[in-house]
Design a protein. Sequence first.
Length: 205
Amino acid sequence: MPDLQRHATKAELVRIRQELMLAQEGLSLLERKRDSLMNQALEELRQARELRQQLTERWKQLADLWKDTYKHDDVPQLRRLAQGHVFSPTVQEGGRGWMSVNLAAHTYERVTLPFLGAVMDCGLRPEQVRGMLHALMPELIELLNRESNVRRLTRTLRQCQRQVNALEDIVIPELRQARRRIEQRLEERERESLFQIKRLKGRLA
């Protein structure tokens, strides 16, 4: 606690009032930022859920076809073809800044998918699986972006809420208390001065 005898001055009161005003303005800005982050996180979550629901059924069809491939195709032959097959889908990492959050914005470049092998090397099912997975890639990348953004927004939202709590529960109450103490001390000094003036006038009368 500061020494009020030494710090209870009008200059200090002005400084405390300015700090309190800045803290209140900062709190208002942080609350607006928190609300914007919350709205964006909820929107990203809603879109992620919808996209995941859409992809779940298509992924199930792909998984069923892959199981069927394991049953009917020559798996060792497929492994040999896969090991000798070089194909790197182009996933470009990206991001965009928004409200101090680096939102994920990865993209997938569609390219022509080469065949795994000749007709006599493998059946139609492996190519169907690869084609379905290739077709799903843009939506999977979009789902990755959405769910990554939910996590990133949530982290920033928690940090913002901690800052709001610190201002609401600690900084602003302490500044208000310091302002009241200084105001009370200055009022006491003013009353003491008036009393001394009256007393002096009484002696001179």
